[in-house]
Design a protein around this ligand. Structure first.
Ligand code: 13P
Length: 259
């Protein structure tokens, strides 16, 4: 059985101080819980070091929201995997639709970043997802397959099986408009089937697929209950203690009922 993974993408929000308060609140909520769910928080770069300190020996891992794929050099404004290693970051979100849209990130760059993340032992969370126009034109599946072709080029099966893929329809991000559980499941299932085609059944079985896009406390259980959805990548609600902890507990409830 695949372990659920709930990750909070804080995007460009908060300060070191406010992020610390948030993490302390998560720590205190989770301190007496026996969890069978992976929990990750992804603060802005400036708050990563403090986040790693605050989560040491706790049930929370820390991820970055992006990284460069080079180890070092003349890449003004970028942060390298070695720098993330130094801080103690263990996850990285790659290819988020906001990076693709506002910073011109392409599948080929996402591909380089995945290779670099694995090389440096950082767990990549790779985002895919279609625009509203593509969704309405029924192009979702073919578009996501093309994103996967680009992102996974020359990634060997052993690494592919460790991947976390986040399906985030762009029209559902920050809009309050969620894909229904059925719609999200249909796309996540097709992602798994495509991984089966690209690799094999074993890899497809192991790869974890998250849904992201307006996941909240009140819709999490229904979405996470779907057989091909193994977690959530949460934006806005990951900045709210009650909401994020409720989403974690929804995943935990499922891990108990399924085991
Ligand atoms: P929201 O949960 O705010 O819709 O954001 C989703 C997202 O982009 C997570 O990466």
């Amino acid at each position: 059985m695949r372990k659920q993974i709930i990750a909070g993408n804080w995007k460009m929000n908060g300060t070191i101080a406010s992020g610390s308060i948030l993490i302390e609140a998560f720590n205190s909520f989770l301190s007496d819980k026996e969890l069978n769910v992976d929990v990750v928080v992804c603060p802005p770069f400036t708050a990563l070091e403090r986040a790693v300190c605050l989560t040491r020996d706790k049930h929370i891992e820390v991820g970055a929201q992006n990284m460069d794929y080079h180890d070092a050099g003349a890449y003004t404004g970028e942060v390298s995997p070695l720098m993330l290693n130094e801080v103690g970051v263990t996850y990285v979100i790659l290819g988020h639709s906001e990076r693709r849209e506002y910073y011109g990130e392409m599948d080929s760059m996402v591909n380089e970043k995945i290779k670099s993340a694995f090389h440096h032992n950082i767990q990549p969370i790779v985002c895919v997802g279609e625009s509203l126009a593509q969704w309405e034109a029924n192009e979702t599946i073919s578009f996501i397959h093309s994103q996967l072709d680009g992102a996974l080029k020359d990634i060997p099966a052993e690494q592919a099986s460790e991947l976390i893929i986040a399906y985030e329809p762009i029209w559902a991000i920050g809009t309050g408009r969620t894909a229904t559980a059925d719609q999200a499941e249909e796309v996540c299932k097709s992602i798994r089937q495509y991984i089966n085609e690209l690799y094999n059944g074993n890899v497809a079985d192991k790869v974890r697929i998250q849904y992201g896009g307006s996941v909240k406390a009140d819709n999490a259980l229904k979405i996470l209950s779907e057989p091909n959805i193994d977690g959530a990548l949460v934006g806005g609600a990951s900045l709210l203690v009650d909401d994020f902890t409720s989403i974690i507990m929804a995943a935990q409830e499922l891990s108990v009922t399924e085991s």
